[in-house]
Ligand binder design. Sequence first.
Ligand SMILES: [Zn+2]
Length: 133
Amino acid sequence: MEPKLALSAADVVALAPLVVPWLERGVPELEARSLLTDGLPPVVFTARGILADRLVRKLPEPRARRDAAAPAPAPLECADCRDPLPRGQQGGICAGCTGAVRSAVSPAPPVSVAERVAALRATLRSRPAAARG
Ligand SMILES: [Zn+2]
């Protein structure tokens, strides 16, 4: 590595936690080296200080990695109707199949506009004549 950035063992230990996100993000070594050592000041007083600063400031954004070894997990589906299960449910059957949804949501029979108007008219007609003003 850059000779100006000679680190003691204690420096390495201190910087290690800052390196972890770089490893987790899979930053290529060449890119990391360039980000961490390019444009160093002519005199480096504390390699540890500069690296700590750069490890934080120059951490690249996480990139979408297509890892062929780890395919995207298939969405879990209801064992009964094969509908996708809600997030967090690890298996079994969906709420619809347990009857939870069906009993909770008992849809009223569809009412057409004509039926509503007829009902409204009936309501008005049934009012006492005195109440109409
Ligand atoms: Zn189901």
